[in-house]
Design a protein around this ligand. Structure first.
Ligand code: PEP
Ligand code: MG
Length: 533
C-alpha cells in the first residue's frame, strides 16, 4: 500500500475502484530495410495486419457507420499497391511501407480544396494507426470501450480521449501530466468525475486492476488499498454525500448576497446533456457553452442545420440565458477530421477567433445557427481570444451580414441579440475600456488569462506551482476589467475555473462581479458562499 499526496487540487469527490491504465502506444515504425528474400514475408505481414484491422472495424461498424467507411479505405486497391510496391521494389519492411504510404495518402487528401476531402486525411491517419498497431502486435485501448467501474490512470488525456468517457463507469481520473485548468480537468469536472492531475510517476506504480482510492478534494491517492483503507474511504464517501445533500437543500434560494445583490449563477457546458444535468441545480442558465465539443465529437464540421438543432434545444432548456461561445479550437483542442499544421506554440497560434475569421464560410454557418436558435430563448453570442477591436468589429460585421441573410429568408431570430466577448488575453485587459464601448458583456476567462499574463502554460506540470490565478497581476487585471466594464454599464461575468473556486468567490463578489459561471460540480458550493456573503 502507498499513499501519494498531490499538492494542487481543483476537483472534489471520493472514489475507490480498480484502475484502468491507459497507455499511449508507441507506433513508431521500424526503419530497418529488408533483403529481397525477406520481401515475401513482409508482404504477408501486411496482409495479416490488414485482415486483423478489417475484423476490428467490422465489429465497430455495427455501432458507428464511420467505421464501415474506414473498412473501404483499408480494402482500397491503391493503398495495398502502394504498400506492396514499397516492400517489393524498395526493400522496405512492412511497418515502414505502411507508414510512408499512409503519410503520402493523407497528404494528398489534405491538399485538396474540398473541406470534405480534406477531412478524410484524418481518417487515413487513423487507419494507419490501426495497421501499425496490428503490425507491432499492440492492442489499442479505447476509453469509450470501458465496460466496468474503474479509475482511469494515464500519462495525460486529450479532450478527444476524454469526450469518450462514460461518467457512469469512470469513477475517477488520475493523470501524471496536466494542470488544474487543462481541458481534461475541466471536462472531468463537468461530468462530476473526481480528478487529480500532476500525479508524478503513478503509472510505473500501477497495474491494470489494482485497487486505488482517491480523495480529489484533499489530493490523496492510495495505491493497493487494503480492507481497512477501503472501509475508511467508504465512510468518507458517505460523509461527502451527506454534505452534498445538505447543500442541495439550499438550491431553492436565489443567489442573492446579504447586501441584496442578485448574482447570476450559471453553468459551463460542452453539450446539451450537460445542461440537463445542471437544471436540477437551479442555475440561471449557461454562462459558457464550449461549442468546440460539438465539432470535436463529430466526423465532419457540423452543418448549420446540425448546429441549429443543438443550440435550439439548449435555448429552450435554459431558464434565463444561454451564452454560446463561438468555436475555440486549436491550442490543445484538435479535430479528428481536420489536420492542423504543427505549430511551435499552439496556444499562441492559430486558435479560436483567428481560425473563425480565416474560415469565414464555416464561421457563418455557426453564426447563422446561433442566430436562428435565438428565436427560442435568451441566446447571447460570445467571441473567444480577442486581442483587437478590429477582430471584434469584423466578427460583429459577420453577425450583421448573417442577420441580413436571415431577414431575406424570412427566418426568425432575436434582432437585439447581445454580443459579448471573453476577456482572456492581456491585450483585451489593456483595451478593456475601448472593448466595453463595443461589446454588450464581458466574461473573464481566467484559465487563459492566467497563462498569458504570467507566461505559464496552463497544462505544464513542471511549472504548475507558478500557475496561480491569485497572483496579484491576475487579480489586478480582473479588477481593471470589472471597473472598465461597469463604467460603460455592461455586466461582467467570469467563466474560467477561478469562478468556481471557493477561496476566490468572496473576493470576486467584493470586486463587483455580476455573474459566476462554473462546472456543475461547484454550483451548490458557490450558492452557499453567495448567500453567506
Ligand atoms: C478560459 O480561458 O478561462 C475559458 C473559460 O476558456 P477555455 O478554458 O475553454 O479556454
Ligand atoms: Mg479560454
Amino acid at each position: 500500500m502507498e499513499r501519494i499526496q498531490v499538492e494542487k487540487t481543483a476537483s472534489r469527490g471520493i472514489a475507490a475502484a480498480p484502475v484502468f491504465v491507459y497507455r499511449e502506444p508507441n507506433l513508431t515504425p521500424d526503419t530497418r530495410p529488408v533483403t529481397p528474400e525477406q520481401t515475401e514475408g513482409e508482404a504477408e505481414k501486411f496482409e495479416q495486419a490488414k485482415k486483423r484491422v478489417l475484423e476490428e472495424l467490422q465489429a465497430l461498424a455495427e455501432k458507428n457507420a464511420i467505421f464501415a467507411a474506414h473498412m473501404e479505405i483499408v480494402d482500397d486497391f491503391t493503398l495495398r499497391e502502394g504498400v506492396l510496391s514499397k516492400i517489393k521494389a524498395e526493400n522496405k519492411n512492412a511497418q515502414q511501407a505502411v507508414h510512408e504510404t499512409i503519410e503520402e495518402f493523407a497528404a494528398i487528401f489534405f491538399s485538396m480544396d474540398d473541406v470534405y476531402m480534406k477531412e478524410r486525411s484524418a481518417d487515413i491517419k487513423d487507419i494507419g494507426k490501426r495497421l501499425m498497431a496490428a503490425l507491432k502486435g499492440i492492442t489499442l485501448q479505447d476509453l469509450g470501450e470501458i465496460d466496468r467501474e474503474v479509475i482511469v490512470a494515464a500519462k495525460d488525456l486529450y479532450p478527444s480521449d476524454t469526450v469518450k468517457i462514460n461518467p457512469q463507469l469512470v469513477k475517477g481520473i488520475l493523470t501524471e501530466e496536466g494542470g488544474i485548468t487543462s481541458h481534461v480537468s475541466i471536462l472531468a469536472k463537468s461530468m462530476d468525475i473526481p480528478i487529480l492531475v500532476g500525479v508524478s510517476g503513478i503509472l510505473s506504480k500501477l497495474q491494470d486492476g489494482s485497487m486505488v482510492c482517491m480523495d480529489a478534494g484533499q489530493g490523496i491517492v492510495i495505491l493497493d488499498a487494503d480492507e481497512a483503507v477501503l472501509g475508511k474511504f467508504a465512510k468518507k464517501k458517505e460523509a461527502y454525500q451527506r454534505e452534498r445533500k445538505r447543500l442541495e437543500e439550499l438550491r431553492k434560494y436565489a443567489p442573492v448576497t446579504s447586501s441584496g445583490k442578485r448574482i447570476s449563477l450559471c453553468v459551463n457546458v460542452g453539450n446539451v446533456e450537460d445542461i440537463r444535468y445542471a437544471l436540477p441545480l437551479n442555475v440561471d442558465g449557461v454562462g459558457l457553452f464550449r461549442t468546440e465539443f460539438l465539432y470535436m465529437e463529430n466526423t465532419h464540421f457540423p452543418t448549420e442545420e446540425e448546429q441549429f438543432e443543438v443550440y435550439k434545444e439548449a435555448a429552450v432548456l435554459c431558464p434565463k440565458e444561454l451564452t454560446v461561445r463561438t468555436l475555440d479550437i486549436g491550442g490543445d483542442k484538435s479535430l479528428s477530421y481536420y489536420e492542423f499544421d504543427k505549430e511551435e506554440n499552439p496556444f499562441l497560434g492559430w486558435r479560436a477567433i483567428r481560425i473563425s475569421l480565416d474560415m469565414k464560410d464555416m464561421f457563418r454557418e455557426q453564426l447563422r445557427a446561433i442566430l436562428r436558435a435565438s428565436a427560442f430563448g435568451h441566446v447571447r453570442i460570445m467571441f473567444p481570444m480577442l486581442i483587437s477591436l478590429e477582430e471584434l468589429r469584423e466578427a460583429k460585421l459577420l453577425v450583421e451580414e448573417c442577420k441580413k441573410e436571415l431577414r431575406k429568408e424570412n427566418r426568425e431570430f432575436d434582432e437585439t441579440i447581445e454580443i459579448g466577448m471573453m476577456m482572456e488575453t492581456p491585450a483585451s485587459v489593456l483595451l478593456a475600456q475601448e472593448f466595453a464601448k463595443e461589446a454588450d458583456f464581458f466574461s473573464i476567462g481566467t484559465n487563459d488569462l492566467t497563462q498569458y499574463l504570467l507566461a505559464v502554460d496552463r497544462g505544464n506540470k513542471k511549472i504548475a506551482d507558478k500557475y496561480d490565478y491569485f497572483h496579484p497581476a491576475v487579480m489586478r487585471a480582473i479588477e481593471h476589467i470589472i471597473e472598465a466594464g461597469h463604467k460603460e454599464g455592461i455586466k461582467i461575468g467570469m467563466c474560467g475555473e477561478m469562478a468556481g473556486d471557493a477561496r476566490a468567490i468572496p473576493l470576486l463578489l467584493n470586486m463587483g462581479l455580476d455573474e459566476l459561471s462554473m462546472s456543475q460540480g461547484s454550483i451548490d458550493y458557490a450558492r452557499e458562499l453567495i448567500l453567506k456573503h
